[in-house]
Design a protein around this ligand. Structure first.
Ligand SMILES: *Cc1c(COP(=O)(O)O)cnc(C)c1O
Length: 484
C-alpha cells in the first residue's frame, strides 16, 4: 500500500496499553455475560484493535482529512456534479435531535413534523417545476431515473401499451440514462446531436416509432446547452404516444426561471444533493426525488404522504403504484438540508442561484476560449465543455491537464465526457464561487496550456505535489485491492 508513505497506519503506531478512553472496570459479572450470550458468539481472544492515545488518534485523522480535496478547501468545478458550497445552517438543522434521531419504524402520529417537512418539500419541488405530484423516495439521481422509467412503464401497461419497450437517448446523455433503461428492461436507441449540441430533430423523427415508450432528455444537456426545441420535441413524442422524461440533475441552471412542465415534460428527477446542497463528494448519501404530471401521479412509489383531518399520514393504499424503491423514509437527512436550503433562499434567492450559476459559467467559458478549443460557442448555461484536442496533439490531453490542476490546488473538472467531444474538459463553476476564484482558475489553466508548449514533461508527470503520485486507474478498476 503506497498511500501511507510518511503516514503510518493506525495499527502500525499501536502500542500495548495505550488508550484514548477509560471505560472503568465492567461491573457485569463474566458469568452473567456467558449466560446471556450463546457461547458461539463469545470471543475467545482479545480483539486486535490498535491501542493508541487520544492525541495520536486526533492527529492521525486530522492529517488524513487535510489530504482530502473537497469543496471546503478547494475550487471544485466538476461538471455535471454541481459541487456548490453547502451552507452550514443546513447541517445544523439536519443534526437537530427531532430530525436526526427519528426511529425508522416510528408511527405517523409521533413524527408529524418530519412528515410535514417531507410534504412541504414535495410541494416546493412541484411549484418549481409545475408538476402535480412528487415522491422523495429514490435515494440518488440514478434511482430517480429508474423510478421514473418504472412509472412510465406502469402507465404504458395501464393504457394497454405495454409493448412499448424502447427509450430514446441523445448521444450526449449521462451514462446513468442508458443504464437505468436497461435496469428497467427497456432497450435504448440513440438520437444524434447536431452541430449546435442540440437534438437533431430529423434523427429524432427517424428513430421514433410505435415501440418507443419515452425519451430521456437532460436540459440543459451535459454540454451545458439549453435544448431550445424542447417544446417541439415534447409535441413530436406525445403525438406518437411516447412520454418525455427530463433528467433534472442540471436543474441548477434553470431553477426558478422556467418550469419543466411548461416545456412539455411529463416526469423529471432532481438531484437534491446537487441543486439543493448536501455534501456529496465520495458518494455520500443523496436523494433523487421525481415529480410527475397528473396523469402519472397514481403510479408513484408508496407510501404517499397525505394530509387527512389536519394530520399527516403515510398512505400505502395505491393500487397502481410501482411499489417501494427505498426502505423507510428515503434519505431523510438530505430532505432536511434541501428544505432548509429552499426556505433560507426563498423564491427570489433560488432564481438568483440559477442566474449566478449561468453567469459564472459564461464568464469562465469566455476566458478559456483563448487557450482551449471551444467546440460549442453558443452562450452556455451552468456548465460548458472545452476541448484539449490541441494540447493532446502535443502529448498532454485532458487527463494530464486534470492531474496538473491538482498541483495548482484545484479539484479537476470532469474529463472525457460527454463522449461526443474529444479530450473534453467539462467545467461547472457553480454560483457559490467569486470572481477572484474564477479569474485565478482561468489564469492557472492558461498557464498549464503554456506549460504544455514549453515544459510538457512537468504536465505529463503531474501531479507532483500530492502524497500519492499518478495512480494506475485501469489497474485499480481491473484488480482492486480492498485490504492490505
Ligand atoms: C449526477 C447525474 C446523474 C446521476 O445522479 P446520481 O445521484 O449520481 O445517481 C444523472 N444525470 C446527470 C446529468 C447527472 O449529472
Amino acid at each position: 500500500m503506497t498511500a501511507t508513505h510518511d503516514m503510518p497506519m493506525l495499527n502500525e503506531i499501536s502500542s500495548e496499553g495505550r488508550r484514548a478512553s477509560d471505560l472503568g472496570t465492567s461491573d457485569v459479572p463474566d458469568v452473567a455475560l456467558s449466560q446471556m450470550i450463546p457461547a458461539r458468539f463469545l470471543r475467545n481472544e482479545k480483539a486486535k484493535l490498535p491501542e493508541i492515545a487520544e492525541l495520536a488518534v486526533v492527529r492521525h485523522f486530522t492529517r488524513l482529512s487535510r489530504r482530502n480535496g473537497g469543496i471546503d478547501n478547494v475550487f471544485y468545478p466538476l461538471g455535471s456534479c454541481t459541487m456548490k458550497y453547502n451552507p452550514r445552517v443546513n447541517e445544523y438543522v439536519a443534526a437537530m435531535n427531532g430530525f436526526a434521531n427519528i426511529h425508522p419504524l416510528a408511527r405517523d402520529e409521533d413524527i408529524q413534523g418530519a412528515l410535514e417537512l417531507m410534504s412541504a418539500l414535495e410541494s416546493y419541488l412541484c411549484e418549481l417545476t409545475g408538476f402535480s405530484a412528487c415522491s422523495l423516495q429514490p435515494a440518488a439521481g440514478a434511482q430517480g431515473e429508474m423510478t421514473a422509467l418504472l412509472v412510465i412503464k406502469a402507465y404504458m401497461q395501464d393504457k394497454g401499451h405495454g409493448h412499448r419497450n424502447v427509450v430514446l437517448i441523445p448521444d450526449s446523455a449521462h451514462g446513468t440514462n442508458p443504464a437505468s433503461c436497461t435496469a428497467c428492461g427497456f432497450k435504448t436507441r440513440e438520437v444524434k446531436s447536431n452541430g449546435k449540441g442540440m437534438i437533431d430533430l430529423d434523427d429524432l423523427r427517424a428513430k421514433l416509432d410505435g415501440d418507443v415508450a419515452a425519451m430521456m432528455i437532460t436540459n440543459p444537456n451535459t454540454l451545458g446547452i439549453f435544448e431550445a426545441n424542447i417544446r417541439k420535441i415534447a409535441d413530436i413524442l406525445h403525438e406518437s404516444g411516447a412520454q418525455l422524461y427530463m433528467d433534472g440533475a442540471n436543474f441548477n441552471a434553470i431553477m426558478g426561471v422556467i418550469r419543466t412542465r411548461d416545456m412539455g415534460v411529463d416526469v423529471q428527477h432532481f438531484n437534491l444533493h446537487k441543486t439543493f446542497s448536501t455534501p456529496h463528494g465520495g458518494g455520500g448519501p443523496g436523494a433523487g426525488p421525481i415529480a410527475v404530471a397528473q396523469h402519472l401521479s397514481e403510479f408513484l412509489p408508496i407510501p404517499r404522504i397525505e394530509k387527512r383531518e389536519g394530520k399527516f399520514v403515510r398512505n400505502y393504499d395505491k393500487p397502481k403504484t410501482v411499489g417501494r424503491v427505498r426502505a423507510f423514509f428515503g434519505n431523510f437527512g438530505v430532505f432536511v438540508r434541501a428544505y432548509t436550503y429552499i426556505r433560507s433562499l426563498g423564491k427570489s434567492g433560488l432564481r438568483r442561484v440559477a442566474e449566478m450559476a449561468v453567469l459564472n459559467a459564461r464568464y469562465l467559458h469566455k476566458k478559456l476560449g483563448s487557450a482551449f478549443e471551444t467546440p460549442y460557442t453558443a452562450p452556455c448555461m451552468h456548465e460548458f465543455v472545452v476541448s484539449a484536442e490541441k494540447q493532446s496533439k502535443k502529448g498532454c490531453g485532458a487527463t494530464p491537464i486534470a492531474k496538473r490542476l491538482i498541483d495548482y490546488g484545484y479539484h479537476p473538472p470532469t474529463t472525457h465526457f460527454p463522449l461526443i467531444v474529444h479530450d473534453a474538459l467539462m467545467i461547472e463553476p457553480t454560483e457559490t464561487e467569486n470572481r477572484e476564484t474564477l479569474d485565478g482558475f482561468a489564469n492557472d489553466l492558461c498557464r498549464i496550456a503554456a506549460e504544455i508548449e514549453e515544459t510538457p514533461d512537468v504536465v505529463r508527470s503531474a501531479p507532483q505535489t500530492t502524497v500519492v503520485r499518478k495512480l494506475d486507474e485501469v489497474g485499480a478498476t481491473r484488480s482492486p485491492k480492498f485490504r492490505w
